[in-house]
Every structure is written in structure tokens, then in C-alpha cells.
Design a protein around this ligand. Structure first.
Ligand code: ADP
Length: 238
């Protein structure tokens, strides 16, 4: 059943996922046996109160953290089977992560920030890496900022640079943890339109957002509440 679904256009397949953290007075049950399937090319919003487990869920999908129980398969790879090194390598080519505060490296230029994931994954040769990074910066309209350091850019520009970096190795899955949360509404709209374009181009996008107006523009929204997922408009309910 699982592998069939993986081969059937399902990019993210979560089965009976449990995540507990150790708390001062015993385990904190953050995710209580949740199931989720996300198809290739879906644009999915993730909402829920602060502390409900949205980041934890993303961390399970990107392999940044490990589940207490259950199975997570992304792009046909069962993540629990990978060790830390394999996970880092796998993540580098399969997932692009976009953060609320951009997380660009301040000592590298915008161009060098975009090249870094290609260096890490040893994708393409040196000249191709630069060419590819410049193409990505053109796609996010930052060609003229390529040789500047991140702190010379506005918030919206830094986030667009971070989007170019997330696309560096052409991953099938993009994940955003409140990626518009630090932007004014006009800039957030522009960045969101870029996400919509990427989905049109075939990327799968999972995005945590607190914005009601942005969530309304997403075809599917998952609500994380009390350790469970509530799916508003799923292609495949689980
Ligand atoms: P959200 O992203 O919805 O705000 P999180 O996923 O960050 O929520 O956190 C969910 C719960 O798990 C919170 O109660 C938080 O305190 C707890 N938590 C998150 N990470 C850890 C950790 N590394 N150790 C212990 N508890 C954690």
C-alpha cells in the first residue's frame, strides 16, 4: 500500500507518525499518530496555534529531526532508514527550506549563498554552479544584487535570495516555515506569488503560515491541533 502510493504521485507519505519530546514532568506528546499524504505539485498550507507542532511536523518531513514512531517517506525515500550523514545528503538534493528570517550566511555574497548547496551536494561543475545560480537569481529578479552581502538587501530581497538558494539543487519539495512572517503585506504578496509560480512549474510546496488571507489562497490547508492533523480540502484524506 505504502510503496504503491509513493509510486502514484505521492511525494510525502506519513503513516502513524508519533513525536514525543522529553519534558520536565514527562514526555510531551506533540504528534499523536498522524497520517498525511501530499501529492506531487500540491501547494499545502499548515496552520495551528503556537506550540501545536507545525515546525515539528516540518522537521519530520525534512529529516531535520526523527520521529518517535511511524513512517515518513519523501520522494520515495524512507527517512528512518538513513543515518545522519545520509539524511543531510538526501535533504540537500530533495528539499529546499525557506525560513522566516531567511538564514542567509552573512559573510557570503548573495551569489555565493545560492552556490553553497550545489557545492555541498557536489552538483554540477564550478562554472555551471555559477551559471545556474545567476539564472536562479534572475528568476527571483535579483541579478543586480548578486555580488552584495545579504545585510545590504531589504527583507523581501533577502527572502527572494533564500528562495533562489532553496531551488539550487532543483529539489522536488519546498518547505517554508512562516516564510512571509517577517515581511510587510505587499512584500509578502509578492513572495507568495513567486511560490504560486513555483508550484505551477511543478514544485510541491508545504508552507506554515499564520496569515488567514494567504491560507485562503492555498488549495489545501492542514490544521495542527492537539497532536492531530485536520485536513480541509485534501486530495487524499487519510
Ligand atoms: P509550532 O511550530 O506549532 O509553534 P513546535 O513544533 O515548535 O510548535 O513545538 C511543539 C511543541 O513541542 C511545543 O510544546 C514545544 O515546546 C515542544 N518542542 C519543540 N521542540 C522541542 C525540543 N527540541 N525539545 C523539547 N520540546 C520541544
Amino acid at each position: 500500500m505504502k510503496s504503491e502510493m509513493t509510486n502514484n504521485g505521492v511525494l510525502v507519505d506519513i503513516q502513524n507518525l508519533v513525536k514525543d519530546y522529553d519534558g520536565p514532568t514527562g514526555p510531551i506528546h506533540v504528534l499523536k499518530s498522524v497520517n498525511l499524504q501530499v501529492g506531487e505539485g500540491e501547494f499545502v498550507g499548515i496552520r495551528g496555534p503556537s506550540g501545536s507542532g507545525k515546525s515539528t511536523l516540518l522537521n519530520m518531513i525534512t529529516g531535520i529531526d526523527r520521529p518517535t514512531g511511524g513512517a515518513v517517506t519523501v520522494a520515495g525515500q524512507s527517512l528512518v532508514e538513513l543515518n545522519e550523514n545520509q539524511l543531510a545528503r538526501w535533504r540537500g538534493v530533495n528539499v529546499g527550506v525557506i525560513f522566516q528570517f531567511y538564514q542567509l550566511l552573512p559573510t557570503l555574497t548573495v551569489l555565493e549563498n545560492v552556490i553553497l548547496p550545489m557545492d555541498f551536494a557536489r552538483m554540477w561543475n564550478s562554472r555551471e554552479r555559477t551559471e545556474r545560480a545567476m539564472n536562479l537569481l534572475e528568476q527571483v529578479e535579483l541579478t543586480d544584487q548578486a555580488h552584495k552581502f545579504p545585510n545590504a538587501l531589504s527583507g523581501g530581497q533577502q527572502q527572494r535570495a533564500a528562495i533562489a538558494r532553496a531551488l539550487a539543487n532543483d529539489p522536488p519539495l519546498l518547505v517554508g516555515d512562516e516564510p512571509t512572517g517577517n515581511l510587510d503585506s505587499k512584500t509578502a504578496d509578492r513572495v507568495f506569488a513567486l511560490f504560486e509560480d513555483l508550484v505551477k512549474q511543478g514544485k510541491t510546496f508545504l508552507m506554515v503560515t499564520h496569515s488567514v488571507s494567504l491560507a485562503e489562497r492555498m488549495p489545501r490547508v492542514i490544521e495542527v491541533f492537539d497532536g492531530k492533523l485536520h485536513d480541509n480540502g485534501s486530495r487524499r484524506k487519510s
